[in-house]
Design a protein around this ligand. Structure first.
Ligand SMILES: [Zn+2]
Length: 290
């Protein structure tokens, strides 16, 4: 009987503890943001991911299951309408009952201009310093929404930032020898990365990965390749348009692969480091060939 009472007591404590410690329902829009949120929530809960698999954040279509996940969320993190254009409508209507945080406007995030003066480049996570600022904003938002885990969020955020500092230092070291080597990227996503590490990116094939470049731009790209006796052209795993074969034919150009949105990577807290390290490793692999 005594044993039963102790067991029942333990069970009640477990249930009560669980109810008390329930994590808020958190949703992150794209994989790199999801990774940072997952890091801050480590040991507390697991955020849901909207743009799954190899779907492109630029042309994402909200499916019914994802719409349901969104409608049940307490907190949603996304970049902003500059990147996940199709999420603007559903998130504006959701913001009446949930915390919706557009990280492009978070304190400390430095946004770069897009191709034209009035646009903003939404690929903010490709600068480690922006990732640090986003981690701060994520931890502050979660602590407000869920004060019972504020200590965990603060501790995790400090851990993630320490990892980001080590990653940044590592990338700086491995990319330094490749700084002057010219290359062309597939879509206009990399300016945060190339600015931070001082790389010699000459052009991108397309601004929007879902729109092929015009004939005039293709001619410009061919001219750039012809001027450089050794150049790398980087495709992306999810976008394999036929036009890339134009560059395969050139004797000057070598072809590499970069994955700026993590489309080929499994989601989770390790994704951010894997994504950044992957870009650096693939750049170095192609650019170090003399
Ligand atoms: Zn992009």
């Amino acid at each position: 009987m005594a044993r039963f009472t102790i067991l029942a007591g333990l069970l009640a404590m477990l249930i009560a503890g669980r109810a008390f410690a329930a994590a808020p329902r958190v949703v992150a829009s794209i994989k790199p943001i999801h990774a940072l949120v997952a890091g801050v929530m480590d040991g507390v809960g697991v955020p849901a991911l909207l743009v799954e698999g190899s779907a492109s954040p630029h042309s994402y279509a909200l499916r019914p299951t994802a719409a349901k996940t969104l409608s049940e969320a307490d907190v949603v993190f996304w970049i902003g309408p500059e990147l996940e254009t199709t999420l603007e409508k559903p998130l504006v209507s959701l913001s009446a009952k949930a915390h919706v945080i557009g990280l492009l406007r978070a304190d400390g995030v430095k946004a770069l201009r897009g191709v034209s003066a009035e646009t903003v480049d939404g690929h903010i996570w490709l600068d480690v310093e922006n990732a640090r600022a986003m981690v701060t904003a994520i931890a502050e938002t979660l602590s407000k929404a869920d004060a019972s885990h504020a200590q965990s969020y603060a501790r995790n955020a400090a851990d993630v930032k320490a990892k980001l500092a080590a990653l940044d230092e590592n990338l700086r070291v491995i990319l330094a020898p490749a700084q002057s080597r010219p290359f062309i990227v597939f879509h206009d996503a990399y300016r945060y990365f190339t600015n931070r590490y001082g790389l010699n990116m000459l052009a991108s094939v397309t601004i929007n990965p879902d729109q092929p470049p015009g004939a005039r731009h293709v001619a410009e790209l061919k001219a750039i390749i012809a001027r450089n006796t050794s150049i790398c052209v980087f495709v992306e795993p999810q976008f394999q348009p036929k036009l890339m074969s134009i560059f395969h034919e050139s004797a000057n150009a070598r072809v590499g692969v970069l994955d700026p949105e993590g489309s080929a990577l499994p989601p989770g807290s390790a994704l951010y480091t894997d994504l950044m390290q992957g870009i650096a490793d693939n750049l170095v692999r192609c650019l170090s060939v003399p």
